[in-house]
Ligand binder design. Structure first.
Ligand SMILES: Nc1ccccc1C(=O)C[C@H](N)C(=O)O
Length: 220
């Protein structure tokens, strides 16, 4: 029996892509072109480390803490659960609690952000994010990894910073900017590999999911 195919849950990186307000423009420029007489095709990149699908290290909000160098591979490779949160508004503790999240889980939240190809639209200041109480609850649950389908796990106000501090302070690594439009709730195998940016507080990442064999409909 063939294993199910991997699904790419990272967004393409290109000049016109959506970015967090305040982040520099993304530039993916061809500096050498074979057709123009160059020996090779070559691209030069300029962007924030928090562009598109990316990870946040504790250092993003907590001075003196772990940078991307210290990323434990166990956070980014292994079984993960996609949890659909269909309700509008901030994600509450109750919504997560009723899903029975366990210690050590890798949790990817598919919210209403996924209804609208978020990465192809203008910045939505009312994107769906975690409430502070939900973030604090996840911190107490000691999950391993939290992913979300927008450029931030926390709302775009002061509470967003508190949400990050609660999660990162509990040793929970974060993936933001996921494209979960092609996946439904259920158990998956996750591989997320952020770039090894030395000493950095974040890094762009490629992320893939594959339905676990136990998932209904995954076997063919
Ligand atoms: N890219 C930025 C540029 C300037 C200031 C904040 C940010 C952020 O990304 C904060 C956001 N709440 C985050 O998910 O980390």
């Amino acid at each position: 029996m063939e294993p199910a195919d991997w699904i790419d849950i990272s967004v393409p990186i290109h000049d016109a892509m959506l970015r967090w307000p305040g982040d520099p423009a993304v530039q993916v420029q061809r500096t050498h072109t074979i057709e123009h007489g160059d020996e090779v095709n070559l691209t030069q990149l300029s962007m924030s480390a928090h562009t598109g699908t990316h990870m946040d290290a504790p250092l993003h909000y907590l001075p003196g803490t772990a940078s991307m160098d210290a990323l434990p591979f166990t956070a980014i490779i292994g079984p993960a659960r996609v949890l659909t949160v269909a309700a509008p508004g901030p994600i509450s503790q109750h919504m997560l609690e009723s899903a029975g999240i366990q210690v050590g889980e890798r949790v990817l939240l598919k919210t209403r952000n996924s209804d609208h190809s978020w990465s192809k639209r203008a910045f939505n200041p009312r994107f769906t994010a975690l409430s502070l109480e939900a973030a604090r609850w996840l911190a107490r649950q000691r999950i391993r990894l939290l992913g979300i389908d927008y450029l931030s796990v926390g709302p775009g106000n002061e509470e967003g910073a508190e949400v990050h501090r609660a999660l990162l302070g509990a040793g929970i690594w974060i993936i933001e900017g996921l494209d979960l439009s092609a996946v439904k709730s259920g158990p998956y195998e996750l591989i997320c590999l952020p770039l090894r940016l030395a000493g950095a507080e974040g890094a762009p990442a490629r992320a893939l999911l594959r339905p676990l064999a136990t998932q209904e409909g995954a076997e063919r």
